[in-house]
Write a protein that binds this ligand. Structure first.
Ligand code: ADP
Ligand code: MG
Ligand code: MG
Length: 930
């Protein structure tokens, strides 16, 4: 049996049968555009008649050295006959000519494929015929010159310039702006000029035989599959090279036949806001490409409603029908010919994050998709987008027009930032504080030393570095908008200048960057605030909460963070790092006094001063999370972190000694001596605490065991705070968490302190407070001995940052500077284990620890804290591991709520929900015919 190369638009049933009813296969055979044209025809939507030449035909053509495969020429003639019968027109017959368009369309829409050629079938005779038939010579000639121009450039690859030049000359001669205003005589001369250009450039005459025009166009589409641009795109997008492209041949309809004709593009819902109303542009008396080309100012679809209300209503009906059929917002091309509406294309429309959310939710209200579908339609990145300030689109467009778009770098951390440029981290911090203006830190690249400046800045810009550079990682971690690798900018750190091309920016000048797109602008661009109170997002996240199994908690160190996280939907605090409270400028001196105390009494004094401060911190957290678990981790870092840097201290003492030698009067000498003594005292303390590997030294539970006064103070503060808020009518539910254990025995002295102080502080009211005692699991040994640990610990919180470091034996800061990026580039690691939880190593440790912990203590609470808690892929792993909760930074809570729901919906073994038919297998592929 010979292969069937062609399917008419009304032969979807046959094509589908050939593909075993698989819509995905049908799209492969007919291409996306062809399949949709056939589909629309089957839905009874007016589509100009035509047919699709299959992608198989394209492959066959390319395989046999660019010769039409056997049978295709005959099939083409036969298919054309049918179109002639349906339309009552004849290809090449001047009395009633059929004109055609030739449109490429592969399975996936891809740039690089051949452009559409319109008006195929015109020659001198046919043009005359059309002029008579429509009584419009202008229209006939305009269509003819368009054919020659498009055929020359698209099919023959002649540059557009000579054609445009000719048009320019004639417009100038007539003094008109638009080609449509040229006279018939002009057009006649233009047609002549165009055929001459064709002859000069190709060495042959413009083909006057319509069939030859069509065949040449079809072959050119086939060949464009192997064009350079198309191949490059497929390589980049990971599209297979053996799919081939289909070709659609379609009866022309004309939007340029006068005031009752038009052409345009609409989306079935607003692509920016998601509002459920048609949105788009159209032009009266124009042909398809005019709308996108931007030659004439288009009009909005609102105008269509006013001027052609019936056609608008019809368009609305078709859009609704297509939306229901495709179960998504549609992007539709239409043409009105003498008051009759034709649809030429439909596809799922592109949209902003806001629109994606609203459309998904509205489609559920309209009973077009299920809530589960809606949850899968929105990506975690889109949710994240709501949490960053964004540029006002109007102001941004204006800035582009004014030429203020300087360059585009890598869009590594979304959101908009406006600020004054600062070229080093210290200055960024200083300006942010003292000038009270937002700052953008601009560096060649960033290092761990720059983090304080990054934190103080509204955004970060670097001229080098990639998606996983330090700047990118840190910016994402802290939700700072960032553009990195903007290599067109040159930094002069001496002259304190940034140059981009011919633009020079002084340090302190205003710049704006868009981390979502990578754009860098000169000057200020207005921003709009994130809208977590977006009602559609709230609704969608509510559905996510119903679906997900993981609880989402937050890492919050301060009451203000906790309040924000609660608003974002956090159901508890998984990690409060108490050391952050110690770093506070007003407390640091007390903390230092506590560390440097030479007697127990001095230390007790300092701790007594810290107690009320900690108590009020904790009370604030309990209030923000009334009735929810608040896990407070006891002091974790090594003490030297609270003291000044050793090198600085040495420099200071040297400096003081020199000044002392030069000092003349006694008062000055005395003052300097005192200062020197203090500094040397601190230096001695720092030297005493010095460790060659502090991260593996005296910290966490080890410190608590050696200096039990510290955990005693913290635990007392926790219980006192609990008692205090209890009296206010709040329900505090503290969790006391011990960091960095490697053996269960380390928990015993801590448990003893907790039990003792609980009784001491709470007395009678002990039973009124639901508190838990638990531990971080962040060393491999703690994970391996989890059964013993669970004897004492009532909850496990996997500290996946440290657990990853210790499992890999990699220090994160050192690795990201030295070799981690190379590992990723060389493919030694496929993902950064600090971004996405490592399944095989760290994940395996967690899995066995959870099992052992649950066996030893049924119902033990397990979760993770650490950055992985906000990463969708890691959340999916936590879901699979059966954890109770993930805890992440406040800003990532909404993202985590969605990701946790998607993890459930993506489970392959899900028996609880009836699977939705995948979009490819939509019912009604050939339903609703007629
Ligand atoms: P693209 O994929 O670049 O949008 P299309 O094949 O959709 O290319 O066509 C380009 C323009 O030509 C569109 O505006 C389309 O509506 C219009 N067009 C294509 N075929 C016809 C036709 N048969 N009659 C009228 N306009 C057409
Ligand atoms: Mg199109
Ligand atoms: Mg840790």
């Amino acid at each position: 049996m010979s292969t069937r190369w062609i399917y008419a638009f009304d032969a979807l049933e046959a094509a589908s049968e050939r593909c075993g009813g698989d819509w995905n296969e049908v799209r492969g055979l007919l291409g996306g555009k062809g399949a949709n044209l056939a589909d629309m025809t089957a839905l009874g939507i007016p589509v100009p008649p035509g047919f699709t030449i299959t992608s198989d035909a394209c492959n066959a053509y390319l395989n046999v050295g660019e010769n039409l495969p056997v049978g295709l020429a005959d099939d083409l003639t036969a298919a054309l006959k049918i179109v002639e019968q349906v339309t009552g027109k004849t290809f090449g017959d001047p009395r009633n000519p059929l004109l055609l368009s030739c449109r490429s369309g592969a399975k996936f829409s891809m740039p690089g494929m051949m452009d559409t050629v319109l008006n195929i079938g015109l020659n001198d005779g046919v043009a005359d015929g059309i002029a008579k038939l429509f009584d419009d010579r202008h229209f006939a000639l305009d269509s003819y010159r368009r054919l020659i121009q498009m055929f020359s450039t698209v099919v023959m690859g002649i540059p557009d310039e000579p054609f445009e030049e000719t048009l320019r000359e004639f417009r100038a001669k007539r003094g008109v702006e638009s080609d449509g205003d040229l006279f018939e005589d002009d057009l006649e001369s233009i047609v002549d000029g165009f055929t001459k250009i064709f002859r000069n450039r190709t060495g042959r005459d413009f083909p006057v035989d319509p069939m030859e025009q069509l065949t040449m166009a079809v072959e050119a589409v086939f060949r464009s599959w192997n064009g350079r641009r198309a191949i490059a795109y497929r390589n980049a997008a990971g599209i297979s090279h053996d799919l081939g492209t289909a070709v659609n041949v379609q009866t022309m309809v004309f939007g340029n036949l006068g005031p009752d004709s038009a052409t345009g593009v609409v989306v079935s819902r607003n692509a920016t806001t998601g509002e459920p109303a048609l949105d788009g542009d159209f032009l009266i008396n124009a042909q398809g490409e005019d709308v996108v080309a931007g030659i004439r100012a288009t009009r909005t679809i609102e105008d269509l409603k006013r001027e052609m209300p019936e056609l608008h209503a019809q368009l609305e009906r078709y859009a609704g029908r297509l939306e229901r059929h495709h179960r998504d917002m549609q992007d539709i091309e239409f043409t009105i010919e003498h008051g009759k509406m034709w649809l030429l294309q439909t596809r799922n429309g592109k949209r902003t994050a806001q629109a994606a959310v609203r459309i998904a939710v509205d489609l559920v209200s309209d009973a077009i998709i299920t809530k589960e579908d809606a949850l899968m339609r929105v990506t975690p990145e889109q949710v994240e987008f709501f949490l960053h300030p964004q540029f006002d689109s109007g102001t941004k467009a204006e800035a582009v027009k004014e030429g203020r778009l300087l360059t585009v770098g890598l869009n590594v951390s979304p959101g908009a930032a406006v600020g004054i440029a600062a070229l080093d981290a210290d200055l960024a911090e200083l300006w942010a504080k003292e000038r009270e203006e937002p700052v953008i830190l601009v560096r060649p690249e960033t290092k761990p030393d720059d983090v304080h400046g990054m934190l103080a800045s509204a955004g970060v810009l670097t001229s080098s570095g990639g998606r996983t550079s330090h700047a990118a990682l840190v910016a994402r971690q802290f939700g700072k908008p960032a553009v990195v690798g903007a290599h067109k900018i040159a930094l002069d750190l001496e002259a304190r200048l940034i140059t981009v091309g011919s633009t020079v920016i002084n340090e302190g000048d205003w710049i704006s960057l868009d981390g979502t797109t990578g754009e860098l602008f000169l000057g200020k661009i207005q921003t709009t605030l994130p809208e977590i109170d977006d009602p559609w997002l709230m609704e969608l996240l509510g559905w996510a909460d119903d679906v997900r199994d993981l609880d989402v908690w937050t890492n919050a160190d301060y009451p203000a963070d906790a309040v924000r996280a609660f608003k974002f939907g956090a159901n508890g605090i998984g990690l409060c790092r108490t050391e952050h409270m110690f770093f506070d400028q007003s407390r640091l001196p007390i903390v230092q006094r506590m560390i440097m105390a030479s007697t127990d009494a001095d230390r007790a004094d300092a701790l007594a001063e810290l107690l009320p401060l900690q108590r009020s911190d904790f009370a604030g957290l309990f209030r923000a999370m009334d009735g929810k678990r608040v896990i407070i981790r006891l002091l974790d870092p090594p003490l030297h972190e609270f003291l000044p840097n050793q090198d600085d201290l040495i420099r200071m003492t040297t400096d003081l000694k020199i000044r002392l030698m030069r000092a003349r009067d006694l008062a000055e000498v005395n003052a300097l001596v005192r200062e020197l003594e203090d500094t040397e005292h601190i230096l001695a303390g720092v030297e005493a605490l010095r460790e060659s590997n502090p991260m593996l030294g005296l910290r966490g539970v080890r410190l608590a065991i050696l200096l039990p006064e510290i955990p005693e103070m913290q635990i007392r503060a926790i219980f006192e705070a609990a008692l205090q808020v209890l009296e206010e009518g709040i329900t505090p539910r503290p969790g006391i968490m011990i960091p960095l254990i490697s053996d269960s025995a380390e928990l015993d002295p801590m448990r003893e302190i907790v039990d003792r102080i609980a009784v001491e502080v709470l007395g009678e009211r002990l039973h009124e407070i639901d508190f838990e005692f638990g531990t971080m699991i962040e060393t491999p040994r703690a994970a391996i001995t989890a059964a013993a640990v669970a004897e004492t610990a009532e909850f496990f919180s996997f500290g996946t940052n440290d657990l990853t470091q210790m499992t890999f034996g990699i220090s994160r800061d050192d690795a990201e500077k030295a070799f981690l990026m190379d590992y990723l580039r060389l493919g030694v690691l496929s993902t950064n284990p600090f971004d996405t939880l490592d399944r095989d190593g760290v994940g395996a440790l967690i899995r066995s620890a959870v099992e052992a912990g649950r066996a030893a203590r049924p119902g033990i609470h397990v979760g993770i804290c650490g950055e992985h808690g906000g990463d969708p892929a890691s959340i999916a792993l936590c879901d699979e591991l059966g954890l109770d909760y993930v805890s992440c930074s406040p800003l990532r809570v909404p993202v985590a709520r969605l990701a946790a729901a998607q993890a459930v919906l993506n489970r392959t073994d899900r028996a609880d929900v009836e699977a939705n038919p995948p979009e490819e297998l939509r019912e009604g592929v050939f339903a609703n015919a007629g």
